[in-house]
Design a protein around this ligand. Sequence first.
Ligand code: PLP
Length: 493
Amino acid sequence: MNYFSTRDHQHIVSAAQAIACGLAPDGGLFVPETLPEVSAQQLQALCGMTYQQRAVEIMRPFLSEFSDDELSHFTAAAYGDQFDDAAVAPLRRLDDTTAFLELWHGPTCAFKDMALQILPYLLTASLKKCGEQRQVCILVATSGDTGKAALQGFADVPGTKILVFYPYSGVSEIQRLQMVTQTGSNVAVSAVRGNFDDAQTGVKTLFSDVSLREELAARGYFLSSANSINWGRVLPQIVYYVSAYCDLVTAEQITMGEKVDVCVPTGNFGNILAAYYARCMGVPIRRLVCASNANNVLTDFLTTGTYDRNRPFYQTASPSMDILISSNLERLLYLLSGSDEAVRGYMAQLAETGRYTVSEEIKNAIQSVFACGFCDDAGTEAMIGAEYKRSGYLLDTHTAVAYRVAEQFRRADGSGAPMIVASTASPFKFCASVLHALGCEELQSGTAIIGQLAEASGRPAPAPLAGLAGKQVRFGEVVDKGAMRAVVTEFLQ
Ligand SMILES: *Cc1c(COP(=O)(O)O)cnc(C)c1O
C-alpha cells in the first residue's frame, strides 16, 4: 500500500516513509492510496480473535512492507500486560443499546496509549526500512494526554529522542505531574506560555524551519511527529472500532451486519477519523457523532460547512479537547473531495484568514454521515454526577461530553440504534472536575486528590496514577513560544 499527501497527489511514498516522516514536506498529511475492505466474513473471523490478532489483521493491508512476524511481535509487545485489562479495549455495556468503549486501560490512562504504545515499534522499523542513519527526535505538542503517552512509549527506545511541549496552565494537574516526572535518558518536557494551538503551531513551524532542519542534520538528527498527523497514530486507532463491533456481535447485543452509531469526544479529529476509516472499510457504522466542548468549532463546521477558528479559546474541564485547529479534518476533506487542489485551497485559506467554507457537495457528504453537538462544563459535570448516581459508572470529563452529546443526538434521532461511546480517559486524570461533579467542594491538592476521588467514588485509582505520589519532578521549564526553537537545539546538542 502506498500513501500520498493530501496536498499533492503526485507525492507518493511507502507506508514506512509516511510513518517515518509524519508530515508531508508540503505541509499535507499522508493518506492511503486505497482502502482495504473488511467483509462480513472477515468480521466474523475477527470475532474469534484476541485484540492483538485483530490488530494484525486490520493493519496488515495498510503496511505491506511489514512482515506478519513483525506485526505479531509489535502488537504482542504494545498491547501486553502494561494494559490493566486483558481485553485491551473492553466494552462496558451500560444498557441494551449503549456501550462505552474503554480506551484508557494503558499505562498513561488515556486513549492515546492505544496508538502510542505501538508507534515506537512502527516508527523504528520504518526508519530501518528507509535506511535512515540519523537519530530521530520526536517533537510533540500536547493538550495533555498525547505528551505523556508519547513519553511513555518512546522512553529509552534506542535511536530516538522525544521532546514534549505542553501549554502552561492548559493541562490538568495530574496530566502535568505525569509528564514532568517522566523517567528515561532520551526525554524532555517543556511548558509553553499560551494555549494548545500556540504549542501546536509552534511545533508545526519548527517542522517547516529549513535552517533548523539543516542544523540538526549536521548533528545527526532529524525531526518526526507522534501527533495524530502521523499515519502511524491513526492506523492503530481504526483497530478498536472494528474490535468493538466484533465484541458487540460476540456479546449478542447486535447481529452481524446490524448498524451501530459511534460517538467520539473530539479535539484534533484523529479518533473520530479512525472511526470514519473503519466505516469506509465496511464496518457497519451508521452515524458518527462528533462531540465537542465549549470550543465548538467542529459543531459549527459540521452544521454550516464553514470552518472558522476566529473565536475565543476556552479553557474547559475537558482540556484534551481544547483545540481550535483540528488537524485531521484535512484527511476527511481529502477523502470526501478526492482533490488535492481543493484541500490545498482550503488549507491556504485557513492559514491566511483562519476560515474556509467547503463546497455544497462536501458539506452534504459530511452531513450524510456525521452528526454533532457540544456540551459546556456545567453540562459535563451534570452528566458525570447523574450517571454516577444512576448506575455507579464513573465518567471522565471528555467521555461525559460525548455521552451528553450522544443522548442529545438520540433524542433528536429517535431510531433507537445501538450506540458505542468512545471513553477516552480514566476519570482519575481529571480528579478536580470529577470530584466537583460528585458534589465535593473541598479539594485536596497535588496527588492527594487521587486518593480523595477513590474514596469519594468507591472506585480504585489506576496503578500508574496512584503511583505518582512522591515521584521526582524532572522538568520545570516554562518558555515563550518564540523560544521553542532554542529548546530543541539545546536538547539536541
Ligand atoms: C486527545 C483526547 C481527545 C480528543 O481526541 P482527538 O483524536 O484529538 O479528536 C479526547 N479525549 C481525551 C481524553 C483525549 O486525550
